[in-house]
Design a protein around this ligand. Sequence first.
Ligand SMILES: [Mg+2]
Length: 352
Amino acid sequence: MSNQLQSIFKTVPVNLSAVRIHLCSSTQFTSRVWFCGGRFEDRLEMEGNSVPLSDGCVEVVVCDPQLLDKKISAIRTAGPAKLQVIADFDATLTRYWVNGRRGTSSHGLLRQGNPEYDNKRRDLYYHYHPLEFSPTIPIEEKTKLMEEWWGKTHALLIEGGLTYDAIKQSVADSIIAFREGVAELFELLEEKDIPILIFSAGLADIIEEVLRQKLHRSFKNVKIVSNRMVFDENGHLIAFKGKTIHSLNKNEHALEMAAPLHDQLGNVDGPTYDSASVKTRTNVLLLGDHLGDLGMSDGLNYETRISVGFLNDNIENSLMNYRDAFDIVYLNDAPMSGVVKLVSQLWSSDSV
Ligand SMILES: [Mg+2]
């Protein structure tokens, strides 16, 4: 392992006893376990064997350390002015488990203060959600179904009289929490003037409220690429802005949909980063928890991309696909601290 990778992975500033890094080849699952104290243990595990569960450790899988090393060097050489971060929201920036319970998604937390309409939206979920994951429905047909689902849901939110206050209350009542280290990551990126685009097929206004309530501060470099609501002067939802972003088209709308973070209702912080400046940032750090999240950088003609995958659950079945698809895979609902370390080492003077 290169000095560069060693400096990134050797310590993670969280209250965890160790970081284990598994380096694997394409044919066999060769694991190297590296403890924070600096001791290496080499060991071999057969492909398909279950990965040891985290016992107070952060488990990291890096399938191609040479490639990762090259990418880190390329990003270091280009400098922070060339980098942007593209992140999925649910189960990527937020935790999969919160106090032993499955964390709520930004989509699922909304209670519009009208049980009849909450139930109608829930019924739509039960109807369309299985269709979204059906292996037999052709993609064109599925895309139409998703448009239908999102359209009906948005119409119900308007018809049911959603208010901005209901969003605030829903977020306050929800089981949702950011991964440890997310605020530090945002701060670090803000210091370096690096934009963070958060992509979601959910609702921008809810994500912003989650950021406000759970991080207790705003970041000028954070942009939400998601469905945005329009409220009247009394705080009632009256419309949605622009094209609907659903689960099957969220990647197509990357840059043109990037809107600045609302400072408060009806008030928008000036666009610190416009689409043009984002397009000139040709290096990408991509964070996701789903293989489909890799498509979030499709709208960009990027030069170097480091992809980080959070594999939160069903690890035994999904690890092979994740480790082949992402440069770095964090297992078991890991904290964001490893990514903080990666970013902080990208331009530190002692990590060459
Ligand atoms: Mg997600």
